[in-house]
Each structure stands twice: as structure tokens, then as C-alpha cells.
Ligand binder design. Structure first.
Ligand code: PMP
Length: 373
């Protein structure tokens, strides 16, 4: 079987596969009324919230769209902070629904700082919401989300909407403490389950805003979903099998403990980065903001990502992801999220080294990755 080192979807642990194959139940049954709160409560330490967590049957992009249609009305002024492909997407979704979006573009490979965001907010003037990406999967960069939220809160009462698609479940996320209003994640990445659900934590304030305004919407309505979840069900038919699998996955993550889960990801990212540097390769992210879940690495001049990916798969049975947008052809991305073993990461670097014949590359100085969570 292939060793899948992409940024998701990822193979799920056998316990998760078994749990999701145990037989479909109705979302109006007692069994479901037991399942749903168990899963959602189990996720609380990973979102860092006591606020409602809403399960919508859609991908992460659907979750971003849900955040936008519930919190923003046409014409609302928005600051979107983008450090890559997915930050751009969040801005585009808001623009698509008529928001007046100012994009604060951060160079690819680094993260926005609190000072950057404070300055961008000053320049933008009053805004209804700030859109942030916690972990920019296209560049392998983790933003210092706590600091960004503190900087925003110091000067603004804007809603803070966060794409946590590739961070929640793998990196510390303290929604309530940090003052995040909406946090979006998915089942198919760090949460180790199949694709099919977006999990959206919504502050009381976001629910109030949604109740009073936002956009015309039906399926994605937060207040109605929150009311259904209180009753132990969902507004419409959810991806039941995915929730059953997620129950097992969340059980595994809870048994390991959030701190150990975060440390396992940080350690894998650090080891991978060091191995790449020792092989003379260039991790694309600055060390201080290196992601704990995905590492993008620039390839030597003239070496194309598609050829490297094909060779890795053919010769070593290892799947990695290509770069996105501007980095499509000169970058590959190695995922280390969810259920991985350190040995698989080591095998991936060793195979990449063999494919590239790296012995000829100059050595680079090794820097430790950033310690912020
Ligand atoms: N945001 C981020 C940070 C992502 O990594 C992804 C998926 N790679 C998405 C949004 C979009 O998620 P989906 O493909 O599930 O719509």
C-alpha cells in the first residue's frame, strides 16, 4: 500500500474505518442523539471552546462559505489576511457574497505578525470581520493566531473568522481564550476521519450576528443548526458514517491527550525540517512559523514537482502533494498530520533525497522551527 504523505484526505486508522462501517443509523434516532454530543464534546479541547460546534455535511470550503454567509452581509467591509492559496480562497468566498474585501497579502513562506495585522487594520479602517488562516497548507506556515487575535482585539470589535482546516486537532487552538468568533475545520485532516464534514465552532456573538443578519441562506444557517444540535440532531441528513468514524478518531486523540498530540506534530515537523536542511533542501516556510502539519520544500532549479512526485510514487510507494498556485511546479509538500508514525516521515525524506540525488547539494545551516503553538 502507498505511504500517503499528502495534506489530506488521508488514510484513516483501522479503528476509524471499522467504526464508520458499523451500520448506518438515522439522525433522528436515540443512537444518534448519543453519538453527536459525544463527538462534539470530544472535540472541545481541540477547538478550546465551550461554544456550540456545528457539523455541516460539506468540505472545508463549504465551512468557509458557511462562516461568510452567516456573519457577513453584502457591502460589509472585511480585512482578509492571506499568506497563500487558502487565505486567498477565504477572501474570494467573502467577495463572492458581496463583501467589500481588503486583502492584506503576506509573502508566501512566512506568516502575518501581530504588528502587520494591527497596521493593516489601521489602514483598512472599521471592518465587520477579519478573515485569518491558522495553518496555510499551501506554504506550510502556521500563523501566530493568539497574537493576531490580541492585536485585533486591541483596536477593533471585528468578528474574527478563522480557517483552522489543517490545524485543529494538531496545533493548539484556544478559541474562547483568543476571542475567535468562528473556527472552521474538517474531518479529513488532523482529525483522522474520512472526508465529508466541516466542523464549525461558533461564538455566542457569531450566533447573534447570524441570527440578526448575514446573508440569505438556507442549508448553512447557524442558528437553526445550533438549535438542532442542542436537541442531539442536525438540521438535515448528515454524513452519518463519517460521524461514526470521527467518534473513534476523537476517542484516540483524547486518549493520547491534546498536549501529546500537539507535541507529536511539532516534533515530526522539526525532525523533517532538520533532515531536509541536512540534505541541502530548502523548506519553504520560515523557521519561526513552520507548520506542525505540512512542510513545503522547494526543489532545486530545473527539477519539476510532477516528475519528483511520480518518481516517489513509482520507486518508493510514497505520495506527496504538489505545490499550489505559483509554487505548483517548484515545490512539493509533505503532510504530517493525524495518524502518522515518525518512521514514515523519515522514510519520506530519505526517498526524496534518493530521488533528487541530493548528495551534490550544499549543506545549509540548521535552524530550529518556531516554538509558538
Ligand atoms: N483551507 C485550508 C487551510 C486547507 O488546507 C484546505 C484543504 N486543503 C481548505 C481550506 C479547503 O478544504 P476542502 O478541500 O475540504 O474544501
Amino acid at each position: 500500500m502507498n505511504n500517503v504523505r499528502t495534506s489530506g484526505p488521508l488514510p484513516v486508522p483501522p479503528q476509524v474505518a471499522e467504526a464508520s462501517a458499523q451500520g448506518i443509523i438515522s439522525h433522528r434516532s436515540d443512537a444518534f442523539r448519543a453519538l453527536l454530543p459525544e463527538v462534539l464534546d470530544g472535540l472541545r479541547p481541540f477547538f478550546g471552546t465551550r461554544a456550540p460546534i456545528l457539523p455541516f455535511t460539506c468540505s472545508g470550503t463549504g465551512g468557509m462559505e458557511a462562516a461568510v454567509v452567516n456573519c457577513l452581509a453584502p457591502g460589509d467591509r472585511v480585512l482578509a489576511v492571506s499568506a497563500g492559496h487558502f487565505g486567498d480562497r477565504f477572501a474570494e468566498v467573502a467577495r463572492c457574497y458581496g463583501a467589500d474585501v481588503t486583502v492584506h497579502q503576506v509573502p508566501w513562506g512566512t506568516a502575518p505578525t501581530a504588528a502587520d495585522v494591527a497596521e493593516a487594520l489601521r489602514a483598512a479602517g472599521p471592518v465587520r470581520a477579519v478573515l485569518l488562516t491558522h495553518n496555510e497548507t499551501s506554504t506550510g506556515v502556521l500563523a501566530p493566531l493568539r497574537e493576531l487575535c490580541v492585536a485585533i482585539r486591541e483596536s477593533s470589535d471585528a468578528l474574527i473568522l478563522v480557517d483552522g482546516v489543517s490545524s485543529v486537532g494538531a496545533a493548539r487552538f484556544d478559541m474562547d481564550d483568543w476571542g475567535v468568533d468562528v473556527a472552521v475545520t474538517v474531518t479529513q485532516k488532523a482529525l483522522m476521519a474520512q472526508p465529508g464534514l466541516s466542523l464549525i465552532a461558533t461564538s455566542r456573538r457569531a450566533l447573534r450576528v447570524a441570527h440578526e443578519g448575514g446573508q440569505r441562506r438556507y442549508y448553512f444557517d447557524f442558528p437553526r443548526m445550533a438549535a438542532a444540535v442542542e436537541e442531539g440532531t442536525t438540521t438535515y441528513t448528515p454524513a452519518v458514517a463519517v460521524l461514526q468514524g470521527l467518534r473513534a478518531a476523537v476517542g484516540m486523540l483524547r486518549a493520547e491527550g491534546p498536549e501529546r498530540v500537539f507535541e507529536r506534530h511539532r516534533a515530526a515537523a522539526g525532525t523533517l525540517r532538520q533532515s531536509l536542511l541536512e540534505l541541502g533542501m530548502t523548506p519553504a516556510a520560515d523557521a519561526w512559523c513552520a507548520s506542525p502539519t505540512v512542510t513545503a520544500v522547494h526543489l532545486p532549479d530545473g527539477v519539476g514537482a510532477s516528475g519528483v512526485r511520480r518518481a516517489l510514487e513509482r520507486e518508493h510507494g510514497i505520495l506527496v502533494a504538489s505545490g499550489r498556485s505559483a509554487w505548483k511546479e517548484n515545490t512539493v509538500r509533505i503532510g504530517h498530520m493525524g495518524a502518522f508514525h515518525a518512521a514514515e516521515i523519515e522514510d519520506t525524506v530519505a526517498a526524496l533525497g534518493r530521488v533528487l540525488g541530493t548528495t551534490a547539494f550544499p549543506r545549509r545551516e540548521v535552524q530550529a522551527p518556531g516554538g509558538h503553538a
